[in-house]
Design a protein around this ligand. Structure first.
Ligand code: HEM
Length: 468
């Protein structure tokens, strides 16, 4: 049985110790890369973090430094540095600022875990996400999408943001855990909205000391975390108590054993459940909301997508349906382009566990290191006219021409997204199912981004439905 997880669970003792933060004083004259030093820097960083990082790259180059909460941060933006941080030198880093706060919500699930626990769990959880298994989910994804959008009529104005959230939530809940959590959709969404907002709004080091002071803004963070744990805990406890056996992800988690014969504890299963509920729907929902925002008022793409849908979707009983979908040229290009421009995970904070060089630049032990999908995906050396929406750039195997680390919407290395194929398949299906029946157009201007733990559009993003 799992008890309700406390908001203040300590950092597991098996993790590598967090190195001392670096301030100007304990740098002791070591040279650091150039970067912004304005007295208003914290304000600028908080106001528009992606914009701040991009401006720092434009002004100071691929490697830049700055101080937040008096601690040294290094922005590492070239593809070479991204590859080093995420793959070739990944073991010299742990996950950085923001993840300790995320752990207050997600417990020690895959996203927030560190070694040696992370790899042990990752091995156990890999099988339901293998491409051969993912293919068997395609039909459920199609059915749930059809059911969801059949409620939209010609001329309706729909709130595409929340609609995509509940659709992707239903999909992940149904496929990975059975129907158990559909009754909790609203509760989970409300709590998650608060949690995601508080995690990143307070990305500055040291601000978590406010979490327990009883201020209403921070108190809500704690109660949102408790509500989410309550849902995950209940699902796991029910399965254990009733002895329910199912061939879904939770079944795998409850039964799985390592080669040494070790099983996950009920608490670990609960944390992994919550991690997958959260990481498995919010990201994809945001990309899709951006996709339909970009497509609004571009009838050329809608008709070409409808043709692609009519060609591909009838193959849904085909054994190779998932592979056919993943190769669909236009929906793939559009999804890739939106993942480039509006990557849901737009920054990946790390902490250097030892002195390390990135792209030949020395980074001292203890520095916070930020790689950013948002910044690197807009590098004009690799993406011509980087702010423009140009799905066509992805035709003719463009991705293969890019250097490693130039495009990494799903991260890389052992911390690469576990659900990348799941998300890619789901994204194609939702885009094509919608384009087959209708066009969506924004009822007001293009949405403004509200970057938090994910790169979200602000507001409900209302669109008018025109059935075709
Ligand atoms: C378009 C949708 C998605 C995007 C862009 C995305 C992106 C990412 C990124 C960049 C990371 C690595 C974070 C880091 O390096 O700090 C990550 C990790 C993760 N994602 Fe996703 N994700 C998406 C959808 C999903 C889905 C659908 C699932 C599950 C059903 C999922 C589960 C996870 C998990 C479990 C991790 C942690 C992996 C580990 O550290 O071993 N994600 N995701």
């Amino acid at each position: 049985m799992v008890e309700l997880a406390p908001f203040n669970t300590p950092r597991p003792a098996e993790y590598a110790p967090i190195p001392k933060p670096l301030t100007r004083r304990n740098l002791k004259g070591r040279s650091i890369p150039p970067g912004p030093r304005s007295p208003l820097l914290t304000l600028q960083f908080q106001k528009d973090t992606p914009g701040f990082l991009r401006a720092a790259r434009d002004q100071f180059g691929d490697c830049t430094s700055f101080f937040l909460g008096r601690q040294l941060f290094i922005g590492a933006f070239s593809p070479e540095m991204v590859h080093e941080v995420t793959v070739s030198k990944q073991h010299q880093f742990i996950k950085g600022v923001g993840f300790d706060r995320m752990r207050k919500v997600l417990g020690t699930g895959l996203l927030t875990n560190e070694e040696p626990i992370h790899l042990r769990h990752r091995r156990l959880m890999q099988s339901p996400f293998h491409i051969s298994k993912i293919s068997s989910y395609a039909n459920t994804m199609v059915e749930l999408t059809q059911k969801h959008i059949s409620r939209w009529s010609d001329g309706d104005v729909v709130a595409v943001g929340p609609e995509m959230m509940s659709l992707t939530f239903d999909i992940v809940a149904d496929i990975l855990f059975g129907a158990d959590i559909s009754a909790d959709t609203k509760k989970v969404q409300r709590a998650m909205h608060i949690a995601i907002d508080r995690i990143e709004r307070t990305m500055l080091p040291g601000l978590d000391r406010f979490d327990n002071l009883g201020l209403p803004y921070f108190r809500k963070f704690g109660s949102a975390a408790d509500e989410l744990h309550e849902v995950a805990t209940r699902i796991v406890n029910e399965r254990i108590e009733k002895g329910i056996k199912r061939d879904d992800l939770m079944g795998v988690l409850l039964e799985a054993t390592t080669p040494e014969g070790e099983k996950l504890s009920a608490r670990e299963v609960s944390d992994e459940t919550l991690t997958l509920i959260l990481s498995g729907h919010e990201t994809t929902a945001n990309v899709l909301t951006w996709v339909f925002s970009y497509l609004s008022h571009l009838p050329k793409y809608w008709s070409e997508l409808a043709a692609e849908a009519n060609e591909i979707l009838p193959h849904k009983k085909d054994e190779n349906f998932a592979r056919i979908l993943l190769a669909a040229p236009l929906s793939s290009a559009i999804f890739n382009e939106v993942l480039r421009l509006c990557p849901p995970v737009w920054v990946a904070p790390r902490r250097a566990l030892e002195d390390v060089t990135l792209g030949g630049v020395e980074v001292p032990k203890g520095a916070h290191v930020l790689v950013s999908q948002y910044v690197t995906h807009r590098d004009p050396r690799y993406f011509d006219d980087p702010d423009a929406f140009k799905p066509e750039r992805w035709f003719n195997d463009f991705e293969k021409s890019l250097p490693r680390g130039a495009y990494f919407p799903f991260g890389a290395g052992t911390r690469k997204c576990l659900g990348d194929q799941f998300a890619l398949l789901e994204g194609r299906i939702i885009i094509l199912e919608i384009a087959r029946r209708m066009q969506l157009s924004l009822t007001s201007g293009f949405p403004v981004a509200q970057p938090r733990a994910t790169y979200r559009p602000r507001g409900a993003v209302s669109m008018k439905v025109s059935l075709t």
